[in-house]
Write a protein that binds this ligand. Structure first.
Ligand SMILES: Nc1ncnc2c1ncn2[C@@H]1O[C@H](COP(=O)(O)OP(=O)(O)OP(=O)(O)O)[C@@H](O)[C@H]1O
Length: 325
C-alpha cells in the first residue's frame, strides 16, 4: 500500500530525518510527543509539503512528485478547516464540485455519507453552529465522499470532549474497514485502541514501528522513556520497567536494615528485593500512582487502590518483566 523511504524535510530549527516505513494494515497510528514531526510526515504523505529527500510510494508507484489533488488521499487537519460561509451540505460537496461530479451522483453520495456519519439532520447548518464532534464528522464526510485511497487524520480527537472520544474511536474503526487510515496522536490510549501499525516518532526520527507489541517491548531508551517506563541502571546495564511492573510492599519490619543501594546483606533475598522510600503520589493517569526514591532515581509505580502507604514510608521493591535496552 503506502511506503515511505528515507523521507526527509529540513528547516532551520527542525529536521525530519530519513523516515521509512511500509503500511500493511488498515489502521496506522503515528504516535509521538508534541513537536516530534507527526504533522510534517502526514503533510508530506498528503503532498501538501514537498519532501527534501527520500521517496513516497503508493501501490508501487512513486508519488513523491505527484500533486496532492492527484494522490486522492483524504486529509483532515486538526482544526477541520471547514468553510465558515458554507453550510454543511456545501462543505461536504466542495471537493465534488471541483471535480465536476454531476449533481445526482453528488447528492446521493452526500446523503449516504451523512446517514453513515449521523449528520443528516445538520446539512443546512453552518459550521459555527456545530459542536466539535459534529464539525469533525462534517470534515470526515467531506474527505470520504471523494472515495480517497487513504484517509490522513491529524489529531482527530484533540478538539473533542472526553465523553465522545470513545464513540469517535468506534466510528473511525468502522471507517477504516472501508478506507485505510493514518491517524496522528500523542494519546497512548488512542494508539493502543486503534493502531494495527504504530509508528513512534520522536524528535524528527522514526524510533519504532510495529504492532501494539511495541508498547510491551520498547526498542530503545528514548521510546521507553516516552512510553512512561522507568529506566534503571544495574550492573553496567540499563533496564526498562513499566510502572505497573514495579511491585512494592510495606517494609516497616525491616526499616533498620533499609538502604537504597540494593546490597543489604541482612535480608533473606537481597538480590530480588530492593528498597525504596515513598516520595508521594503522582499523576500518571492510573488510579494510584506512587513515586519512590530508589538508587537516587524517582521511579513511578502503580499499586492496588487499597494499599495504604504514605510519603516517607519505607517499601520493598520488586521489578517484574524488566527489559534490557
Ligand atoms: N512550514 C514550517 N516551517 C518551519 N518549521 C515548521 C514548519 N512546519 C512545521 N515546522 C516545525 O516542525 C516541527 C514539527 O512540527 P509538527 O507540527 O510536525 O509536530 P507534531 O509532532 O505534529 O506536534 P503536535 O502534536 O504539537 O501537533 C515543529 O518544531 C514545527 O515548528
Amino acid at each position: 500500500m503506502l511506503k515511505l523511504e528515507n523521507v526527509s524535510k529540513a528547516w532551520k530549527e527542525f529536521q525530519l530525518r530519513n523516515v521509512s516505513f511500509e503500511l500493511n494494515d488498515k489502521y496506522c497510528v503515528i504516535l509521538g510527543p508534541s513537536g516530534a514531526g507527526k504533522s510534517v510526515i502526514i503533510q508530506c504523505i498528503a503532498g501538501i509539503l514537498d519532501v527534501d529527500g527520500g521517496n513516497i510510494y503508493y501501490d508501487g508507484e512513486d508519488i513523491t512528485e505527484l500533486k496532492p489533488e492527484y494522490r486522492n488521499f483524504g486529509y483532515v487537519p486538526q482544526n477541520y478547516a471547514l468553510f465558515p460561509n458554507m453550510n454543511v451540505y456545501k462543505n461536504i460537496k466542495y471537493g465534488m464540485t471541483i471535480r465536476k461530479i454531476d449533481k445526482i451522483t453528488a447528492d446521493k453520495k452526500i446523503n449516504d455519507m451523512a446517514e453513515f456519519l449521523n449528520i443528516s439532520h445538520i446539512l443546512e447548518r453552518t459550521p459555527k453552529t456545530l459542536s466539535g464532534g459534529e464539525q469533525q464528522r462534517v470534515a470526515l464526510a467531506r474527505a470520504l465522499v471523494l472515495d480517497p485511497k487513504l484517509l490522513l487524520l491529524d489529531e482527530p480527537t484533540s478538539a473533542l470532549d472526553i465523553h465522545i472520544k470513545d464513540t469517535v474511536m468506534d466510528e473511525l474503526k468502522k471507517i477504516s474497514e472501508i478506507t485505510p487510515i493514518i491517524h496522528i496522536t500523542h494519546d497512548f490510549v488512542e494508539a493502543r485502541t486503534l493502531g494495527e501499525n504504530i509508528a513512534i516518532v520522536i524528535d524528527g526520527e522514526l524510533n519504532d514501528f510495529g504492532t501494539k507489541d511495541i508498547f510491551k517491548n520498547p526498542k530503545n531508551e528514548r521510546v521507553a522513556k516516552f512510553l512512561g517506563y522507568n529506566i534503571i541502571s544495574e550492573n553496567n546495564s540499563k533496564l526498562a520497567v513499566a510502572p505497573e511492573n514495579v511491585k512494592i510492599e510495606k517494609a516497616d519490619m525491616i526499616t533498620n536494615n533499609i538502604n537504597n543501594n540494593n546490597n543489604n546483606n541482612n535480608l533473606d533475598n537481597p538480590i530480588s528485593t530492593k528498597y525504596g522510600i515513598v516520595n508521594g503520589y503522582i499523576d500518571f493517569g492510573y488510579y494510584k500512582s506512587v513515586s519512590i526514591s530508589y538508587n537516587n532515581d524517582n521511579l513511578k509505580c502503580i499499586c492496588d487502590e487499597d494499599f495504604e502507604i504514605k510519603s516517607g514510608d519505607n517499601v520493598s521493591v520488586n521489578f517484574e518483566n524488566m527489559i534490557n535496552i
